[in-house]
Design a protein around this ligand. Structure first.
Ligand code: G6P
Length: 614
């Protein structure tokens, strides 16, 4: 949700900022801009992608030599995506430039007061208000830039990561964060600030993740200093990034999404690495050990998440109840925090998040902590806010996920949840030993079986070509495959803009059946051993209304093969782990349909990878 990159050093800032913005573009891509600082500020902004900003900059014929600058790629909150609303925003006197990720909730009150003092605004954004406010406070109180930024941030309400430049202090950049991420890279005689490490890794692996309410002031050829909003100097923790440049590149694939789909045998294996051994008969998550008794005796598990992570949470509900016999429920993070939920210290709250930065999920866990619950995070992005805010947790170790539509993070989350459920089942004694061991072996077999499903890519592409012109699609599944139906439908609508709905198969007759005709593709996930006959009946109901059935079935299935128009076979697996296989063809189907429809697969319209606003 908006990407920020800033540079101060000896090199020309412009190419570093542009490359950084391209890496951050997954966070938002409706407009982009840069501000370069010397004795003046050079501002270049453009509606659209970073490539359009580059074209525009080239037309200006700029050879930008400045060594200090900031860039921003936007996902609009306040004001339409256009050139004027694009960041950076300038103060009234044009001396201060600000980029911002987040929302300033009290911006209209501040704006009104500033207008009364004579400030004139050109954009509709909350960010421009920040720029003017910093100018006002700085001039009125004769403050330096960093002090003025702190003074202003003490008066604003909302979420922000900001970077500020000031002509009066041309050797300095100031950054700050509250509920939106900001990381500082420390290179040789150069510094970076960015929304994540991807623009930094090429230059250094030494980083400092800013904490909530911290302000960093970086002066080139001197040093940096981090203070809290109430002016306490902080001693920063320098971390080493465990990230390689090739991890954030497409690696020969036409799209990040396809690369990430095909990475899944490896990423699922990484999620399990050192955490399971069927031969010795154990599954363990280190993150659970420090609170094992409390977790195992939880009265209830509440899973909270958004988007695809919410679908993984739904599978978790089935796994925890089925294997570990702990009551579990799933909450949209955005609903949970605003509905006065009953949460007690006997509850375990599990937050699932790829980015670890989703504002609603972050707010939900803060609420759960206030109510005394133990909060566990299942997160992909190392060092992210949710990872740091939770009491304990497990990383999924999926590596950077850049395609906006989440794929490998989903299977990583489900894998970690499966390990967690198995660990709890063992501690609580809820499974027969032989069944437990069978499940361990089955889970260990997932990566190679995912590899087999990926081998059906050509067949799935062919099916995609048959339904690419549909206007609507229905996805049906039962039990463990119901959340997979939701996820398949979400993938399709996110990237191909075909309206799609996921439904529990048996619920179809309570509504969606009215929509079925020969133009309606119905994707049925029909691998369940339990309720197999029932799902066959559901397919018959669809066929009776001339729907086009694409069925995901277990290898060797005959009954559905005879009924369905197209089938995709997946290897046999223990039912609780079916989602890890059955979701793969649905990811590929959505991908190929989107490519055939000429959609921007990695950056679908209106979406962003990391939603750091409510
Ligand atoms: C956005 C992304 C989705 C993601 C959701 C939750 O909507 O586009 O792909 O599932 O946020 O994000 P999280 O990082 O918390 O998993």
């Amino acid at each position: 949700m908006c990407g920020i990159v800033a540079y101060i050093g000896n090199k020309e800032a412009y190419p570093i900022l542009i490359e950084g913005l391209q890496r951050l573009e997954y966070r938002g891509y409706d407009s982009a801009g840069i501000a370069l600082l010397s004795s003046s500020i050079t501002l270049v902004k453009k509606k659209g992608k970073v490539s359009e900003l580059v074209d525009h900059a080239e037309q200006l014929n700029g050879h930008f030599k400045q060594t200090v600058g900031v860039g921003h790629t936007r996902w609009a909150t306040h004001g339409a995506p256009n050139d004027v609303n694009a960041h950076p925003h300038l103060s009234g006197d044009g001396k201060i430039a600000v980029v911002h990720n987040g929302i300033i909730e009290n911006y209209s009150v501040i704006k009104k007061a500033l207008i009364e003092k004579g400030h004139v605004f050109t954009s509709e954004t909350d960010t421009e208000v920040l720029a003017h406010f910093i100018e006002e406070v700085k001039n009125e109180n004769k403050l330096g830039l960093e002090e003025a930024v702190r003074a202003v941030l003490n008066k604003v309400v909302g979420a922000y990561a900001i970077v500020v430049l000031d002509i009066d202090e041309p050797n300095k950049i100031v950054g700050a964060r509250m509920s939106s991420p900001l990381v500082m890279g420390i290179g040789d005689d150069e510094y970076f600030l960015a929304s994540d490490a991807s623009p930094i890794i090429k230059y250094t692996n030494k980083v400092v993740y800013l904490n909530e309410g911290e302000v960093v002031s970086i002066t080139h050829d001197q040093d940096y200093q981090i203070r809290t909003l109430d002016n306490k100097v902080q001693s920063p923790t320098i971390s080493e990034l465990d990230l390689k440049l090739e991890e954030i590149e497409k690696g020969g694939y036409p799209h990040y999404m396809l690369k990430e789909i095909f990475q899944q045998p490896q990423t699922i294996a990484e999620s399990m690495g050192g955490r399971i051994n069927s031969y010795e008969g154990w599954a363990v998550l280190g993150g659970m050990n420090q609170n094992l008794t409390r977790i195992a005796n939880s009265a209830r598990i509440v899973l909270t998440a958004c988007g695809t992570s919410w679908h993984a949470a739904l599978i978790a509900e089935y796994l925890f109840e089925d294997l570990a016999r702990i009551p579990a429920e799933v909450e949209y993070a955005s609903e949970f925090r605003y509905r006065n939920p009953i949460v007690t210290p006997n509850d375990l709250i599990i937050a699932l998040s790829q980015s670890g930065e989703t504002a609603d999920t972050l707010a939900a866990i803060k609420l759960a902590k206030e109510k005394g619950a133990l909060v566990y995070g299942i997160v992909n992005a190392i060092g992210s806010s949710i990872a740091r805010e939770t009491d304990s947790g497990s990383y999924i170790h999926g590596g950077p996920e850049i395609g906006v539509a989440s794929t490998k993070a989903f299977t990583g989350q489900v894998t970690v949840i499966a390990l967690m459920a198995l660990y709890l089942a063992k501690v609580r004694g809820t499974l027969e030993e032989s069944h437990y061991r069978q499940l361990l072996a089955s889970l260990e077999s997932v990566p190679s079986k995912v590899g087999k499903v990926l081998g059906k890519d050509d067949q799935i592409k062919y099916i995609a070509s048959k339904i690419q012109n549909a206007s609507n699609a229905l996805y049906l599944g039962r039990g463990y495959n119901f959340p997979v139906a939701l996820e398949g439908a979400l993938k399709l609508k996110e990237i191909s803009y075909i309206h799609a709905e996921g439904y529990p198969a048996a619920e179809m007759k309570h509504g969606p059946i009215a929509l079925i005709d020969e133009n309606m593709p119905v994707v049925v996930i029909a691998t369940n051993k339990s309720a197999y006959e029932k799902i066959v009946s559901n397919i018959q109901e669809v066929k009776a209304r001339k729907g086009l059935v694409i069925a995901v079935v277990t290898e060797g299935d005959q009954a559905i093969k005879d009924l369905a128009d197209y089938i995709i076979e997946i290897p046999e697996i223990e039912e609780p782990f079916t989602p890890l296989l059955s979701v793969i063809p649905l990811q590929l189907l959505a991908y190929h349909i989107a490519v055939l429809r000429d959609c921007n697969v990695d950056q679908p319209r209106n979406l962003a990878k990391s939603v750091t606003v409510e």
